[in-house]
Design a protein around this ligand. Structure first.
Ligand SMILES: Cc1cc2nc3c(=O)[nH]c(=O)nc-3n(C[C@H](O)[C@H](O)[C@H](O)COP(=O)(O)OP(=O)(O)OC[C@H]3O[C@@H](n4cnc5c(N)ncnc54)[C@H](O)[C@@H]3O)c2cc1C
Length: 312
């Protein structure tokens, strides 16, 4: 693996003009606070740096993986053999009366604040969802029956050859917590959203109502977890059901493996009680999955993404 060679950081510095971190503890980059060491980590503070980092990693056959806020990712106990690129690109532009173009490293909170200040409405359902635009587009994040993909007009991606391409909404094949990026692994650089004009007070009220609704059923952001562990399944009858309802009925809330436990307030949240390993989380999740399959004949699909140490 070329990037493990000693001179990769030097090549990186020469090309990009900014240092890589070496032998990085990944615990601080996932909200689970779990993970081993990565050989290299780079914080890209602009889209240009993000693109250059990807191109350089490809050029030197260095496995790489892009992360945003780390609110939906479980790192391996063995860390990551290669380069983790943390996206901190923060540009945001009001491009026309109702359109906003956002760098993928902008957080959903920053995006909402920008929209509120310009009296642009539509994205209030994102209030309280942690993470970046890139992570949200990748997984089509959503709440209250809405998702980010419905508001996306077009986006700039980095294709397999390291070239920028512009695609429209239909390219993403958005579905429930799904976008085509889960198959292609292309990076989101920028996204444009179409919104509607509305008064600030009205927007603020919607944000507050959504935050209040979330406070009642979700754990606080300080809990070391990565949101709902499983997607909500469709029953054999065709009815969609909350995974938490099934999990609750199989006694999930009393289960734990090592340092990983199910949150008492919501059966679909696995959290790190302190010192949990990725293995603990995966074993607990598989126990939960087995129980639900046995009792209801439903196979739960995970929403949280596990990144193995060696990329496949
Ligand atoms: C308390 C809590 C509540 C939550 N509630 C919700 C909720 O209501 N609805 C919901 O949908 N989610 C929810 N989540 C999950 C999480 O907030 C979302 O999945 C969010 O979109 C993750 O964004 P991120 O930047 O942290 O992504 P990361 O965790 O950093 O990465 C997730 C995936 O996105 C990919 N990715 C990141 N950036 C890019 C990019 N620029 N280009 C391509 N791929 C990229 C990564 O490679 C990875 O595969 C919750 C999480 C927590 C902790």
């Amino acid at each position: 693996m070329a990037c493990i060679l000693k001179d990769f950081p030097k090549k990186f510095l020469n090309s990009i003009g900014k240092n890589l971190y070496q032998n990085v503890d990944l615990r601080q980059y996932s909200n689970f606070q779990i993970g081993g060491m990565a050989n290299f980590l780079f914080e890209a503070s602009s889209i240009k740096q993000l693109v250059e980092a990807v191109r350089l990693a490809k050029k030197h056959s260095c496995p790489f993986y892009i992360i945003g806020g780390g609110y939906n990712i479980l790192f391996d106990d063995d860390g990551f053999r290669g380069l983790i690129i943390k996206n901190c690109a923060k540009g945001i532009k009001h491009t026309s009366e109702k359109s906003v173009e956002v760098d993928s490293g902008v957080t959903l909170k920053e995006f909402l604040k920008f929209c509120l200040e310009r009296e642009l409405s539509g994205m209030e359902f994102l209030a309280g969802i942690p993470g970046t635009i890139g992570g949200a587009v990748y997984g089509n994040a959503g709440a209250f029956g809405k998702d980010i993909g419905s508001f996306l007009e077009k986006a700039t991606l980095l294709d397999d050859k390291g070239e920028r391409i512009t695609v429209s909404q239909s390219y993403f094949a958005f579905g429930y917590r799904y976008s085509i990026l889960k198959r292609t692994q292309q990076a989101v650089l920028k996204s444009s959203f179409t919104l509607v004009k509305e008064g600030q007070e009205k927007i603020k009220e919607k944000i507050e109502n959504n935050l209040e609704a979330r406070r009642k059923k979700h754990p606080p952001l300080s809990l070391p977890c990565c949101g709902s562990y499983f997607k909500n399944p469709v029953l054999p009858s065709g009815k969609k059901v909350a995974a938490a309802v099934l999990l609750e009925q199989v006694g999930a809330k009393n289960l734990r493996v090592g340092g990983a436990a199910v949150y008492k307030g919501h059966a679909n949240f696995i959290y790190n009680t302190g010192g949990a390993t990725a293995k603990d989380v995966l074993q607990l999740a598989s126990k939960l999955k087995e129980r639900v399959k046995e009792r209801f004949g439903v196979v739960l699909e995970k929403e949280v993404i596990f990144l193995p140490a060696i990329s496949q």
